[in-house]
Design a protein around this ligand. Structure first.
Ligand code: IPD
Ligand code: CA
Ligand code: CA
Length: 269
């Protein structure tokens, strides 16, 4: 484990550059109608750029770390989603695809690295705000080279973000009751359309907490290291550890905020 972490410390800026290039490609290639395709489920889109970026990232990481495996969102050859033993890259080539299609300018590229079932590094780049988040386990989290350290604010002193997707409609009623209560107990709520960026916003102190009832590992793997290395928490809503082999709920935040949001969720779930 120490050896692989040392490798990530050494390659941190090189990996960040690879992720930055992917983000710039996303920004420069706004999709047109021909490039938007539907996946199963309501409002579940994929663009040609999602696939092209994931392919390129897989090639780059395969070159840097021969033999590594991939758990990416898109169906690309070599994406085995089964690499929990050795080094595995969790790739969301575009997190915030619906924002991307509708020109919201709020999407990112998210790359997490796990080793033996534990997350060891995270890289998230938002090209619209030029924000590069990086973290290596035990070595801190940074945004554009500046160290991130969370202050333990309660939700009454902060913004609470939540996420929901039309293709995951279970618990919709409960979620919106929870959202109302979060609104009434915080400064405000947000639904930004990119889970990875909302988790990074916890790390940079913009969100006191982030809640979503069902996400996939590629949505939160990178953000999980970034938020923890910044001094925050990320867990399932019921307090269990997040999973890397399949979907789970996500509650990220300051320590106080996580406890408060969990208490609110308990009433409705
Ligand atoms: C989605 C975004 C959204 C979240 C959804 C995710 P995608 O990812 O992160 O904010 O609410 O649950 O699936 O499809 O844009 O990569
Ligand atoms: Ca995603
Ligand atoms: Ca995606």
């Amino acid at each position: 484990m120490e050896e692989i972490i040392a490798q990530f410390v050494k390659l941190r800026s090189i990996i960040a550059e690879i992720v930055r290039d992917a983000g710039q490609y996303m920004k420069e290639h706004a999709p047109d109608n021909r490039e938007v395709h539907r996946k199963p489920g309501l409002a579940n889109f994929v663009t040609d750029e999602d696939v092209a970026i994931q392919k390129k990232l897989m090639e780059e990481f395969d070159r840097l770390f021969p033999g590594c495996t991939f758990f990416g969102e898109e169906d690309v050859a070599g994406n085995d989603r089964d690499g929990r033993d050795g080094l595995c890259f969790f790739i969301d080539p575009i997190d915030g695809t619906t924002n991307y299609i509708f020109g919201y300018n709020h999407s990112c590229v998210s790359v997490g690295a796990g080793y033996g079932g534990e997350m060891i590094a995270g890289f998230v780049y938002n090209p619209y705000a030029d924000e590069m988040f990086t973290a290596v386990r035990g070595c801190g989290a940074e945004m554009n080279g500046r160290e991130l350290k969370i202050h333990d604010v309660p939700i009454e002193e902060g913004i609470v973000a939540f996420g929901c997707a039309r293709y995951n409609e279970g618990d919709t009623d409960a979620l919106f009751q929870i959202a109302k209560e979060l609104y009434l107990n915080s400064l405000s709520i947000r639904e930004g359309g990119s889970a990875a960026l909302d988790i990074c916003r916890v790390a940079k102190g913009a969100n006191a907490a982030y809640l979503e009832l069902k996400l996939n590992p590629y949505d939160y793997a990178a953000g999980s290291v970034i938020v923890e290395e910044a001094g925050g928490r990320i867990e399932q809503v019921d307090g269990r550890c997040i999973t890397l082999d399949g979907p789970c709920s996500i509650l990220a935040g300051t320590s106080k905020a996580v406890e408060e949001v969990r208490e609110i969720c308990r009433k409705y779930l």
